[in-house]
Design a binder for this molecule. Structure first.
Ligand code: CA
Length: 232
């Protein structure tokens, strides 16, 4: 029998957790519920889930703090995190993505939307292999060690920015629309807003420091990675 995808639901409100769990069970997932960060950590230590649904507002450690912690941990850093948030303002969404969440969904959400996003996050796990290395001018990305450096200086990139940079470097000097980037880097873009691409491009530029200027916005078309613009 095929193993059902295991979903760790970290949510302090029992009624919401139960509703999500019932819907997931009906749709071929194996949900596990943890009501706070400590319980979630115990679950993670025992069995690694395929995806984590993480509530923003939790007693004790917040969802954002937990996402940061799990992203920094070698054991959990590869597990996709979908943040559940009741807040809809943009700065909070960005903070969630900054913490390492793969996506966010704003409460209240429909079951269909949740399922679509969960499937997207799961499919997105390995859309493109990033085991090889790419060099572009003085920018070097090593797929095997997940390291990026510019002019010999090591740079720190989040998992999505790393995949995004890898794709842009492999297809340099070409303009990619937001939709194309969602397809190639995220693997699926059902229900994912194109603005998500902008958020990650902004983060990528910031992470790249001096090399950030290589990521060009092409008005009305999308983004391009180029060596042309770094010539001082
Ligand atoms: Ca909550």
């Amino acid at each position: 029998m095929k193993k059902l995808p295991r979903v760790l639901i970290v949510e302090d409100e029992a009624a919401i957790a139960e509703l999500i769990a019932v819907n997931l069970r009906h749709n071929g997932f194996a949900p596990v519920w943890a009501s706070d960060g400590e319980a979630a950590q115990r679950e993670l230590d025992a069995v690694l889930p395929d995806v984590i649904l993480l509530d923003w507002m939790l007693p004790g450690q917040s969802g954002v703090a937990l996402a940061k912690r799990w992203r920094a941990d070698a054991r959990t850093k590869g597990v996709p995190i979908l943040m559940l948030t009741a807040r809809s303002d943009e700065p909070d969404k960005v903070a969630g993505l900054d913490a390492g969440a793969d996506d966010y969904i704003t409460k209240p959400f429909s079951t269909q939307e949740l399922l679509a996003r969960m499937r997207a996050v799961l499919r997105r796990r390995a859309p493109e292999q990033v085991a090889d290395s790419v060099t572009m001018g003085e920018l070097v990305l090593d797929g095997a060690t997940h390291r990026v450096s510019y002019q010999g200086q090591s740079l720190k990139l989040g998992p999505t920015e790393f995949k995004l940079l890898h794709y842009l470097m492999k297809h340099a000097e070409r303009v990619h629309s937001r939709g194309q980037l969602l397809d190639k880097v995220w693997g699926d873009h059902v229900f994912i807003e194109e603005r998500t691409v902008d958020v990650h491009v902004k983060r990528l530029r910031e992470s790249l420091g001096d090399a950030g200027a290589m990521v060009e916005t092409v008005r009305g078309a999308g983004y391009r990675l180029t060596t042309q613009s770094v010539r001082a």
